[in-house]
Every structure is written in C-alpha cells, then in structure tokens.
Design a protein around this ligand. Sequence first.
Ligand code: NDP
Ligand code: MG
Length: 415
Amino acid sequence: MSLDNFTAVGAAVQAQSIAQDRTVSTVTRRLTVLGATGSIGRSTLDLVARNEAAFSVEAVTAHSSARELAELARRHRARVAVVANPDCYAELKAHLAGSGIEAAAGPEAVVAAASLPVDCVVAAIVGAAGLAPTFAAVAQGRRVALANKECLVTGGAVFMDAVAAAGTELLPVDSEHSGAFQAIGAARLQDIERITLTASGGPFRTWDRARLAAATPAEALKHPNWSMGPKITIDSATLMNKGLELIEAFYLFPVGVERLGVVVHPQSIVHCLVAYKDGSVLAQLANPDMRTPIAFSLSYPARMVAPTVPLDLVKLGQLTFEAHDPERFPAIGLALDALARGGSAPAVLNAANEVAVAAFLEGRIGFLDIARTVATCLDKAEQAALVMEPSSLADVIAVDGAARILARNVIAGVQ
Ligand code: NDP
Ligand code: MG
C-alpha cells in the first residue's frame, strides 16, 4: 500500500467517523470482547460498566476461565458467552443457568462470536489464538479495537490486506500505537520524519548481564509501571515487547522501518513521539493506565471519560529518556532483523518467543535464553525455507505452527 493510499484510507475513515460523531453520545455502541477475562478485556468491561448508556455487550469470550466469564456475561447482560476450551463448556453452562445467556465452546465458537454483528470488536485474546477470531471480525468490515499483537506481527501484510479489502476501521489499543495514531491525526505519512515508541525498560533496566542470567520468573513478572497479563509482562522485561511493537508500527504506520525507533523512558508517561519534517515533534502523554488508550479506541473519534489519575507534571518533576542497550537486551535487534528478513520471519520470531517465554515461566530455561532461542530459530527457519511470503491466514498459521515445533526442538536441544 502506498503512503498516498494509506492517507486516503485514513482520511476517508476520518470523514466517515466525523459524520457519525453527532450520534456518538446518543447511540449505544454494541461490543464484543474477545479475551474478556484478561487484563485488557477486564479494563474494557470496566469502562463499559462506567458508561452503560454508551455501550452494550453482545458476546464475551475466554479460554478456560468459565466462572469468571459467566460472571462478566451476567454483569454486562451479554447475549453470548464462549470458552475456547471445550472441556469448560459444562462449567460455563452451569454458571449461566437461568440467565438466558447463550453458552458455547471451542475455537470455532470463538470465531463465530467474533463474526456477530456489532459496532466494535475488542480483540484482546493473547497470542496466536487471537488470529482466526480477529481475522473473522475484520472480514465483517466493522470497527476492530486491536490489542492482540500477533495479528500484525504474525499476520503482517496478510492482515493489513484483509483490513483494506473489508474497509475495516482498525483502532490500535496498545498505548504506543494509540499514541502514534493520536499524534499523527490527519497528517500525511510522507511528512513524518520519525515515529519513536517509548519503552519503560522493564524491571531489569539497570541489571547487568550476570544478574540477568539468573533472573527468575517472579522477578520478571514485577513490572514497574504497568499491570498486564504474564506473557506481555515477560516481553516487557526482555524488551521483546518493544520489538513486537516496532513490527506492529511498521504495518500500522507505513513510513518505512528506517523511520521507526525506540527510546527508553522509565516513567511511561510519554507513549509515542512523532517527528515531522519541519522539526515539530508531537508526543502523546498519559499516566500508565490501559484504560486511556482502550477508551480512545471505544469512543473514537469522540472522547469518553476514563477513571484514570489526571497527569500532574509538576508532581512528576521530571521525565527522563535514554538509549536502550542492545547488548543486554538484544530482542529489539532481533525484531528488526526479522523485519529485514521479510515475509514470515516476524511470525517465526513471535512463535519462537512465545514458546521460549512459556519455557522461562516454567523454569526450563534462563532469562537470557529467551532471546538466544529466538535468534537460533530465525536462522534455522531461514535454512528450512520457513521464511516465505504468506498469502493467506492458513499460510500464516502453518508458519506459526512449524516455528513452534522448531522452537521446542531448539529448547530441548534437538537441533
Ligand atoms: P491476558 O493473559 O491477561 O488475557 C488473555 C485473554 O485471552 C483471556 O481472556 C484468556 O482467557 C484469553 N485466551 C487465552 N488463550 C486463549 C485461547 N487459546 N483461545 C481463546 N482465548 C484465549 O492478556 P492481556 O489482556 O494482557 O493481553 C491481551 C493481548 O493484548 C495480548 O496480545 C497483549 O500482547 C496485548 N496487549 C496487552 C496490554 C496490556 O496492558 N495487558 C497492552 C498492549 C497490548 P482465560 O482467562 O480463560 O485464560
Ligand atoms: Mg505497549
């Protein structure tokens, strides 16, 4: 897609949204929340509960948290509740007894829930399991508030082509991309000099390599600023999260990889900076609470009240910025390497990382082995011709599956 196309699509979406804006406050938006029991899902439903006149809930989904899902479905008077794990169907059904809420189970039922007619689907399933349901939501051509990273990291051009083909309005939920989206506004992409994503640096920002080698899952799960699900919290400690976000930005804001960058900003107040060719830099600031970017994706182009702490710069005193250290945190370099290899290489990176993070959380590999595993998998995938140009969701899922097997073998020492 050329820059002109991208801005033309953006302008059309903007014009359409502005036309609809008059109705935002008076018409209830119907939502489906995929991954409703997770960190993003719960924050989304918290906002919905505080704005009951503005939103209603059609469907909620989870993997196996049947009781929690049933509670959320009842509280938000959803029409449908779905667990991806078929073994949890009986439990879900029992907890929904007498509520009139339809229960369903299995990955196909999640895809069916994602396809129901609504105004917005919040895509907040963690991992590659989010691909098929989010692709299904995109195919309906309705608004998708995208938290799941894998659609862009693994799906890449295939996902963006599906978005363009269906005319889907894609709103980034991730704070950095929401920040970029806000700082770009109606600007032309060709006027952008640089998009810089900020990284908190995670809990190990100041640790040396010897200490990093012995870091435990419990230590890595203690994020200094953000409260998030376990997988993304580990990714924040390795900085792979920022690598994945660079790949997401590459597809969302096609200014070219050479115009994307990262700066470490331990306070997580500035989320993104967009520098223009005239020297202006627009930054988006907010306290680190995902309800701010989620709220923006739900109410766009209007703004809704979010129960977040107002930003007090005087109280904060100072905002600091530093370069990231590629020696201690090689994951950002690996993500850029995957983009340079092209095609399905980012899908390999993502799958290898997911397998390695799971192994780390289970105490089977050390913290520094996560990036090592990913690097080895990228090389081996290229040798095994796994790095190719996927042309469909099926291709993407096939690469993802093969890369997982490769990563498990690398971790098991079966090379
Ligand atoms: P969580 O782990 O907190 O929640 C994940 C959700 O997905 C849960 O509802 C879970 O159900 C469901 N789920 C897990 N596996 C499957 C599966 N196989 N099939 C269907 N549903 C499944 O994750 P987060 O909320 O932290 O993150 C969600 C996504 O948003 C991730 O891709 C993450 O990278 C991204 N993101 C998150 C941010 C955050 O602040 N948390 C910030 C930016 C992006 P169950 O409860 O039953 O396991
Ligand atoms: Mg982020």
